[in-house]
Design a binder for this molecule. Structure first.
Ligand code: PGA
Length: 249
């Protein structure tokens, strides 16, 4: 695991976009794991700008998103499908059939979970997984207490997560109570992980990730066992944290 300190959120986003475009340009066929939420929006904006200016092509890229709300239709502005189209996919040349997001409205959700895992495997696994960090330590929607061996599954969202995401809805009552998410084992199978941590509200979680114990009560802690994780964190997230020297490279 290594950590790249960024001066600001903008700088963090530039670094993340650079890591992603390097991967896209230097790999013949690449499978990216995508994240939603507030943190990666600027990274996606930079990728969209880069496409406009430099025409970095995504024709050889496939994507798999981490998660989706249950009961929210793709066309709903709060679906993660909608988020990905609006923030990135509509600006780049990725064929839409190469983008994958679990369906939160599938009739058989258990089957949807199995199919999603199979699709990832059929693509040869994820080369680079982009991740955000929940202030409660969740990755994807793997909430505290999730076993480390879980694959894609249906979860009940915690009150903390629903409260954190209420800002995107007209109040907490509209936030779905369940989601479908890649599991911790699905995430850990990615060949490389890029974790973005921005803002003071994530500082405690980052501290626990770096210095706490590896335990399912704090799902992100498992990332310390992954052989290839890069964390990009901005000043507000790291300023009060003791960063182990070996992580700074
Ligand atoms: P955020 O969410 O990027 O909206 O802060 C991250 C997460 O909860 O995984």
């Amino acid at each position: 695991m290594k950590i790249i300190p960024a001066e600001s959120y903008s700088n963090l986003s530039e670094i993340a976009a650079l890591i992603l475009t390097e991967k896209i340009k230097n790999t013949n066929k690449v499978v990216l794991g995508m994240a939603t939420g507030g943190t990666p929006t600027k990274t996606y904006q930079i990728l969209a700008d880069d496409y406009k200016r430099n025409k970095t092509s995504y024709r050889h890229v496939s994507t798999f998103n981490l998660d989706e709300y249950i009961g929210i239709d793709q066309a709903d502005r709060n679906s993660y499908y909608y988020y990905m189209v609006e923030n990135l996919f509509k600006y780049i040349d990725i064929p839409r059939e190469q983008t994958h997001i679990p369906s939160g409205t599938a009739e058989n959700l258990e089957q949807e979970c199995k199919n999603y895992e199979q699709k990832i495997a059929a693509h040869g696994g994820i080369d680079l997984q982009l991740l955000g960090l929940g202030s409660n330590g969740h990755i994807g929607f793997n909430e505290p207490g999730t076993a480390f061996d879980t694959l894609t599954h249906v979860v009940d969202l915690t009150k903390a997560t629903r409260e954190a995401n209420a800002r995107f809805f007209n109040g907490i009552d509209e936030v779905p109570t369940q989601a479908i998410t890649m599991g911790i084992a699905s995430i850990m199978k990615s060949k490389e992980i890029l974790l973005l941590v921005a803002g003071e509200s994530k500082s405690k979680a980052l501290d626990q990730l770096l210095n706490g114990k590896i335990d399912p009560s704090f799902p992100a802690s498992i990332l310390r066992n992954h052989p290839n994780v890069t964390i990009v964190a901005d000043q507000s997230a790291i300023k009060h944290i003791n960063i182990p020297a070996e992580l700074l490279g």
